[in-house]
Design a protein around this ligand. Structure first.
Ligand SMILES: Cc1cc2nc3c(=O)[nH]c(=O)nc-3n(C[C@H](O)[C@H](O)[C@H](O)COP(=O)(O)O)c2cc1C
Ligand code: SF4
Length: 504
């Protein structure tokens, strides 16, 4: 796991848990309006892929149980994991690319309503991504995948000084390249071919030679709109368009988007497809339905977007009518670690991935609230322009005090916690009820993220082995881990009283 150097291990922030009364009086548990919907608290579980759908992208009992468990903690919002907008195979990730996915999604909505006593609003995160192939075996790459051309022959002649490669049989050239060392391959292959060999082939939004990539601006609005309409039909309270991390929409926004068809280059052009998508989604779901966006406050990679770009996009997004702005950071492919042969590159293994999900092995700044400044800068700019679009922040937030300070300073309107909620899905409720001493605290060492990287069912090391022998508890595919905590949510009065006034 990458971490900054020099680094040290940071202790968890001290938590002074509030009494129930102090929590009720706090900002975190106050309502907020998002479009036509009242969210009862500013607590938020951001999207987390748990790898529990069927291979066909359908909701399973395990998916339902996962969200039911988070809902028992009654956060203001749960954003359901990145869900594919297309009807194409994509492994055990949820999909919303066809009407047949609606009944499963409906089940999920009903489970969350029931488990949260109607207190949690459920949003669906909608994602598009391009093809990423596994890293091939070297021999197989040269045998099957490399599109051998005159360019390769000429480069091989130049690099070896051996003119016979100009006309040698194709099989001999391929065999020679398969036996070549890295220095020779660096001279013969172009950078995309080197990447395909060493990391696995990966499509980009700039691959205009590929018809399906060229047509993305025409195709994506309809796909996102149809998926959002299905989310609405299934009963979701809103959608979050995934414009963050390593995926298609973030790549349109990126400074690395050099498309020359009017959808790349300057910021005004990079934002076009994301805005076309929003308009189509809005037409499909109507004006009152919450449509938010998650995007990057900083891409972290060389040549990528910085806070200035993100702020500019935030203003465009607020102006165009997004109902919330959820700010993330990093998580890009460009600086990811080389995968093992047979594995796919994973966008959270390099410095940008670290910034997305920082761990306790950190630099002086530490992982806690590490990314709040990005949200704060964006919120300030959005407010200065006169928009009151709520801003969501996440990243290393795990105490009531952190959340209260963020809200009091006006750095964000909503404070999200992913890993702390995974460590203890009841934690929001415990804090709200004055039972903070019972919170099981995330250690921020990213065992869960390691499972995600291996496409294994995501669990937390704090609870996935305790009581493993107990009968009746759902287990991972290999039977070695529990899929949910074995403890029950706190038994308490049904509905905590809410403050009477609802500040914006
Ligand atoms: C297992 C796992 C899966 C995640 N999946 C998603 C996802 O589907 N979409 C997304 O926008 N972020 C995803 N994230 C990032 C989180 O939403 C969050 O931004 C990040 O973990 C930092 O917040 P935290 O410090 O509270 O965990 C994932 C994080 C984890 C740990
Ligand atoms: S596995 Fe570790 S980092 Fe992940 S939620 Fe649990 S304690 Fe936190």
């Amino acid at each position: 796991m990458w971490h900054p150097t020099p680094a040290r291990r940071h202790p968890l922030p001290t938590a002074h848990w509030p009494t129930a009364e102090a929590a009720a009086a706090g900002r975190w548990f106050r309502p907020i309006r998002i479009a036509g919907t009242t969210v009862l608290q500013r607590t938020w579980v951001p999207a987390m892929v748990p790898w529990r759908a069927t291979e066909d992208g359908l909701v399973t009992d395990d998916v339902v149980a996962w969200y039911r468990r988070f809902a028992a903690g009654r956060p203001g919002v749960i954003v359901v994991e990145a869900t594919g907008i297309r009807d194409v195979p994509s492994g055990p990730l949820l999909r919303a690319g066809h009407d047949r996915f609606i009944p499963g999604l409906q089940r999920l909505v009903e489970a969350v309503r029931e488990a949260s006593h109607g207190e949690t609003r459920l949003f669906l995160q909608l994602i598009d991504f391009l093809a990423v192939k596994r890293r091939p075996q070297k021999a197989k790459y040269f045998e099957r995948f490399l599109a051998l051309s005159e360019r390769h022959r000429a480069a091989l002649v130049a690099a070896t000084g051996d003119g016979r490669w100009r006309d040698a049989p194709e099989a001999d050239v391929r065999a020679r390249l398969a036996a070549a060392d890295d220095a020779l391959l660096d001279r013969v292959l172009d950078w995309r071919e080197q990447e395909a060999l060493r990391f696995g082939y990966r499509e980009r939004v700039t691959d205009l030679h590929l018809p399906h990539v060229r047509e993305l601006p025409a195709v994506l609005p309809g796909l996102f709109a149809a998926a959002a309409a299905r989310a609405r039909t299934a009963g979701f309270d809103g959608v979050e368009l995934h414009y963050a991390h390593a995926y298609t929409m973030a790549s349109f926004l990126s400074r690395l988007n050099t498309r020359d068809d009017g959808y790349g280059g300057k910021r005004e052009q990079r934002v076009k497809v994301p805005l076309l998508v929003l308009r189509a989604v809005r037409r499909a779901v109507g004006g009152e339905y919450p449509v938010g966006v998650r995007f990057l406050g900083d891409e972290v990679i060389d040549g990528g977007n910085r806070i200035e770009d993100a702020t500019w996009f935030a203003l465009e997004f607020a102006r165009a009518g997004f109902d919330f702005l959820s700010i993330s950071k990093g998580g890009r492919f460009e600086d990811a670690k080389q995968p093992a042969v047979g594995a796919a590159v994973y966008p959270y293994t390099g410095p940008s991935g670290y910034e997305c999900m920082p761990t306790v092995i950190s630099d002086e700044k530490g992982p806690f609230g590490r990314n709040v400044a990005l949200a704060a800068g964006i919120r300030r700019a959005v407010r200065e322009l006169g928009y009151d679009t709520p801003v969501v922040t996440a990243g290393g937030i795990c105490t009531f005090e952190q959340a209260e300070q963020i809200l009091a300073r006006g750095d964000a309107d909503i404070v999200a916690a992913a890993r702390q909620s995974l460590a203890d899905p009841d934690w929001f409720r415990k804090v709200r009820l004055g039972l903070g001493a019972q919170v099981r605290r995330c250690e921020f060492t990213n065992y869960c993220e390691g499972l995600d990287q291996m496409h294994k069912q995501v669990t937390c090391k704090l609870w996935d082995r305790a009581e493993l022998g107990e009968p009746g508890l759902a287990k991972s595919a290999d039977g070695r881990r529990l899929l949910a905590p074995s403890w029950s949510p706190p038994e308490t009065p049904s509905r905590p009283s809410l403050p009477s006034s609802a500040p914006g």
